[in-house]
Design a protein around this ligand. Structure first.
Ligand SMILES: Nc1ncnc2c1ncn2[C@@H]1O[C@H](COP(=O)(O)OP(=O)(O)OP(=O)(O)O)[C@@H](O)[C@H]1O
Ligand SMILES: O=P(O)(O)O[C@H]1[C@H](OP(=O)(O)O)[C@@H](OP(=O)(O)O)[C@@H](O)[C@@H](O)[C@@H]1OP(=O)(O)O
Ligand SMILES: [Mg+2]
Ligand SMILES: [Mg+2]
Length: 352
């Protein structure tokens, strides 16, 4: 009997060691393999064009050098797919452009049961401006959270200051984003997006700060990656009190799916998560406070099958085709990239 050969696909991944450890688990590798997909580590010490060929490149690396390597790779491998395009990821490296995209999907706001937006925020570039409260404080009330403008994945970019009074600005470094702290019942919702798949989970967050508490507080308090800490670590924190968040109601799934879908299309990204809080004062108002590229999916229940399904859809062209538009762009930009061969003109390259 003739053997039926099914096509195998390969995905090259370029991830920092920390990400490789959390994401590339044996369970994911095996499940992908069963679906005919081999996950292969890219050696970042060697040129990307000399490796593969891969049907798809999955990555969370930044910088001009890496962008060039991806461009060159696409020039040499026109049918390859890159998840995701560096220019699209780039807007998430700045906490202003990151949240600007939420206003770009405003037309989705008309959910009858709930509304969404972002907290009030300003960006301050000059340290002198911090002394002059008027220069930035328009419309902002204490407490505020100071977040580094740059969100590039470095430990520094996760260092936040909760500021209760003007003295709190003394230790602050610019450029910084000052964002109004919104009481939200100590619960944050993390929404993981993998292509068209959306999963919302609950995490513990900073506790509410009542007016009375604020009267007794001054200066600032620093913290980092609160929603990523283990409960033991949180118990040790002198500020953080354990609260029972088990009972907190989930946001309406229709709203969450709407935002996720809107963001995915507006940002042209397929792998990201966003943090949402529910404004305690408004009840049915939800605020997006953070968007992260290629987050910690391994923390998502059943992440292996979600990711394996996504890879299969991408490789079998079942996912939306915006990758391809981006590829056209990259090819046009990178046409002079050169891969040691004469460009014979791929049928996929747009002549426009
Ligand atoms: N405007 C806000 N009001 C109330 N709490 C907030 C606000 N912004 C941030 N927080 C709290 O601070 C935490 C860290 O903020 P944010 O998510 O912006 O930082 P991050 O370092 O980018 O986080 P991540 O680890 O998810 O990338 C949030 O998880 C939430 O608990
Ligand atoms: O550390 P984890 O794998 O859990 O993932 C975290 C991820 O770290 P990594 O990409 O360096 O691994 C962070 O990315 P950078 O901003 O630092 O680039 C950010 O996306 C967090 O939000 C993720 O946690 P989650 O939001 O999913 O809880
Ligand atoms: Mg966050
Ligand atoms: Mg973040």
């Amino acid at each position: 009997m003739a053997e039926i050969k099914t096509k195998r696909f390969s995905i090259g991944y370029a991830l920092l060691l920390k990400k490789q450890k959390s994401f590339i688990q044996e369970s994911l590798v095996n499940l992908a393999k069963q679906r005919g997909i081999d996950l292969i580590k890219i050696d970042t010490d060697k040129p990307l064009v000399d490796q593969g060929p891969f049907d798809c490149v999955l990555h969370k690396l930044y910088g001009e050098e890496w962008r060039k390597q991806l461009q060159e790779y696409l020039v040499c491998n026109p049918s390859a797919i890159v998840i995701d395009f560096p220019d699209a990821i780039e807007r998430l490296h700045n906490r202003i452009s990151m949240l600007d995209v939420v206003s770009e999907i405003e037309e989705l706001k008309d959910d009858e049961t709930a509304s969404f937006g972002v907290p009030k925020q300003v960006v301050v570039y000059e340290p002198e401006k911090l002394k002059d409260a008027k220069a930035w404080s328009e419309g902002l009330k204490f407490p505020v959270i100071a977040k580094p403008l740059v969100a590039d994945g470095s430990a520094k970019s996760h260092k936040m200051l909760l500021i209760f009074s003007t003295e709190g600005f003394d230790e602050l470094k610019t450029p910084t984003v000052l964002q109004e702290f919104v009481n939200h019942g100590g619960v944050i919702f993390k929404v993981y997006v993998v292509g068209k798949y959306v999963k919302c989970v609950k995490r513990k967050s900073l506790p509410d700060i009542t007016e009375e508490k604020l009267d007794r507080l001054s200066g600032s308090l620093s913290f980092s990656q609160i929603s990523n800490l283990t409960s033991d670590e949180r118990n040790d924190d002198k500020y953080y009190k354990m609260m029972d968040s088990e009972d907190a109601a989930m946001p309406p799934m229709s709203l969450i799916t709407n935002i996720a879908c809107g963001l995915r299309k507006a940002m042209k990204l397929h792998l990201f998560n966003f943090d949402v809080i529910r404004d305690t004062k408004a009840g049915n108002r939800y605020l997006v406070i953070d968007i992260n590229y290629f987050p910690g999916y391994a923390k998502m229940p059943g992440y292996e099958s979600v990711l394996a399904d996504f890879f299969w859809d991408v490789l079998n062209k079942k996912e939306d085709q915006s990758f391809n538009c981006e590829k056209e762009l990259m090819k046009l930009v990178g046409n002079n990239g050169g891969c040691g061969e004469e460009d014979t003109g791929s049928p996929n390259v747009s002549s426009a």
